[in-house]
Design a binder for this molecule. Sequence first.
Ligand SMILES: NC(=O)c1ccc[n+]([C@@H]2O[C@H](COP(=O)([O-])OP(=O)(O)OC[C@H]3O[C@@H](n4cnc5c(N)ncnc54)[C@H](O)[C@@H]3O)[C@@H](O)[C@H]2O)c1
Length: 330
Amino acid sequence: MGGIKGLKNKEVLITGGLGFIGSNLAIALVRLGARVTIIDNMLPRQGGNLFNIKDIADKVKVNFSDVRNELSMNHLVKGKDYIFHLAGQVNHVDSMRNPIQDLDINCKGTLVLLEALRRHNTGARVIFAGTRGEYGSSVKLPVDEDHPTNPKGIYAVTNLTAEKMVLVYDDVHKIRGACLRITNTYGPRHQMMHDEYGVFNWFIRKAMDNEAIPVFGDGRILRDFLYVEDLVECMLMVATTDSAYGKVFNVGTGVPVSFYDLAKTIVRITGTGKAKFTEFTQERKEVEPGDYYADISHIKKVVKWGPKISLDEGIRKTVAYYRKYKKEYW
Ligand SMILES: NC(=O)c1ccc[n+]([C@@H]2O[C@H](COP(=O)([O-])OP(=O)(O)OC[C@H]3O[C@@H](n4cnc5c(N)ncnc54)[C@H](O)[C@@H]3O)[C@@H](O)[C@H]2O)c1
């Protein structure tokens, strides 16, 4: 990561920067010498946690505000070189229970940010963290960026819409924007309070507590699991690659792993817990898209990025982090 050039002394805004991905990104940016500002509203039941940034607390500015707040955003975008837009309603189940909130945060929030840029800083560059969920059920595997987009839940619909907004502002208003469709990501600093999103980390918690790991159905559904350090490196490389703007990229490993194999690997590494097959809940079933793994040749070609951390290594690092800081997350 140290090899990434061009971020020293840059002004960077991370929306949702107290959450899982945002805090890992903030730590990497501070190490690279960037000047980081975070905006986060600590949305209940999501990943916002001040402990996530404890090592860099005196080196970043934190603004407890909402991306939907025009006054805040008009002020915060001024003078920024890069905006990593990660603030979002991320809970798939909640997006169906409370779709209006999901729409409001993920779509209106994105539009308020883009309008603030149009009025106050057209020179900033935006990196948008969208989801592989935008594709919905896979009609061919691996999934490339030309695959049809038929989202299964409202969270994925609002992410796809927000992505299109970023691309329209790139095209019409020349506010440079790059969009990522990110696969299931795991690692240190993810919330561990409940299993409604981030099932990988939930499996780790269950194993560490020596409890049954609930594997839905027959456990054979395939996913593409990415370690957060790889994602952070990817986001920084996208930000500093001129030709990445105006484009959409899959971000994943391209390696399919079944939920059952994942549970077994976690049990082998932690030495505790055990996989247990469980029926899908109705709510889960409704938003479950089935098998997914990414074709990452586009990002490899344009950005020259590829994942480096194996599943075993990523699990080991994640378990080590939570063994040390369990009380901050359980
Ligand atoms: N984690 C993944 O596997 C994954 C995969 C694909 C895409 N993403 C996207 O990446 C982004 C970050 O996800 P994460 O996993 O770090 O989740 P997270 O819950 O850990 O972080 C999201 C942060 O956004 C904040 N937030 C929510 N609404 C806000 C608002 N209106 N104003 C300001 N802050 C707000 C929350 O308080 C939280 O700190 C999300 O947009 C998510 O959709 C994540």
